[in-house]
Design a protein around this ligand. Structure first.
Ligand code: UDP
Ligand code: MG
Length: 321
């Protein structure tokens, strides 16, 4: 088998400080993988400029003139990390055999790429880079980030714990992934839906080499909210559950009101009023939940996700032998 052609896909937004440092590291890693004959000489580092307002695009252009292993694409405006990454992966998927996506700030250990490529050569189509520990993150960042994964999982958006967007995906997995036509994307939650053989590689997360984070708490919450609402209809289920609970409680309330009336400790009109309020409250919430269930179904239908993906067929095997 020929060596696979690898594309390292890197979204960049206002990264003029860090790019000159990390681009060399990426190139060194690519060269070392090529030298070990794990990947083809045609492999590339692909930068995606996400509508940066600083000198990022010029730096990328200069890099690509300097070394043929560097390539760049530029989005027409800032579309956010997830969209920029998707743009890069979709661009790469027809040009290579395998991709690795990574941030450009050097926080994710590039040395984990060796293990990722090994896993790919072993037959995995998806390899998740998972942070073993976050000793360099502040307590606040660690607490909020880990809380983020727990909340997401609890609300039905299953994500690989402590895995961000540092991952290897084969072009086959990407081809299938491109059938997911939805506009609100949360890549780390959607990739597991594609299936195929996958594994995890563990690494330590370092500090940003230069520049500032573009993911303050506000953006992280927005991402979590996006992830939950685009992957799961569990919040609607929670409303239905609450409706059910309130109905039960109001039933007890009705019994209590009638009992009070019988014992004779109420003023006139109180019983009927409490009964109506409890009853209506419960029924309304329950109905909202039921309507929500349908909306949830419509929502999932509009995404038109593939219902299944075939990973192997015996026919194909026979032909290739
Ligand atoms: N990024 C992007 N578009 C944006 C924001 C961020 O392409 O609108 C890129 C950024 O250049 C970096 C990656 O996404 O390569 C992750 O961002 P950052 O390091 O700021 O996030 P953190 O690691 O602090 O969560
Ligand atoms: Mg970062």
């Amino acid at each position: 088998m020929d060596q696979p052609k690898l594309y390292i896909v890197i979204p960049c937004y206002n990264e003029q400080e860090v790019l000159p440092i990390t681009s060399e590291l990426f190139l060194d890693k690519l060269r070392s993988l090529i030298a070990q004959k794990k990947i083809s000489e045609e492999s590339r580092v692909l930068f995606v400029n996400d509508g940066s307002k600083d000198d990022t695009w010029n730096i990328i252009k200069k890099l690509s003139h300097k070394d043929e292993h560097f390539e760049g694409i530029c989005l027409s405006r800032n579309r956010g990390h997830q969209n920029a990454l998707l743009g890069g992966l979709m661009y790469a998927k027809d040009r290579c055999d395998v991709t690795i996506s990574i941030d450009c700030d050097g926080q994710d250990d590039i040395n984990a790429m060796d293990a990722m490529v090994d896993a790919y050569l072993d037959g995995c189509d998806v390899v998740y880079g998972v942070r073993a520990k976050r000793s360099t993150d502040t307590f606040f960042k660690r607490f909020t980030a880990e809380g983020f994964y727990h909340l997401m999982n609890w609300l039905g958006a299953n994500v690989v714990f402590n895995h961000a967007d540092y991952r290897l995906m084969s072009s086959r997995a990407l081809q299938e992934f491109s059938q997911f036509k939805e506009v609100n994307i949360f890549l780390r939650g959607m990739v597991p839906l594609v299936g195929f053989k996958s594994t995890s590689v563990y690494y330590d997360r370092a500090e940003r080499m230069a520049g500032e984070s573009h993911y303050p708490l506000k953006k992280m919450l927005a991402l979590a909210f996006d992830g939950i609402t685009s992957l799961s209809v569990k919040p609607i289920r929670i409303i239905t559950g609450m409706g059910f609970l309130v109905s039960v409680i109001s039933f007890i309330g009705v019994l209590w009101a009638i009992l009070s009336k019988l014992v004779g400790i109420t003023v006139a009109g109180w019983t009927s009023m409490v009964c109506v309020i409890c009853f209506m409250g419960g029924i309304q919430l329950l109905c909202l939940g039921v309507i929500g269930e349908y909306i949830g179904k419509i929502y999932m239908e509009t995404k038109q996700r593939p219902r299944y993906i075939i990973s192997e067929a015996t026919e194909e095997d026979n032909r290739s032998e």
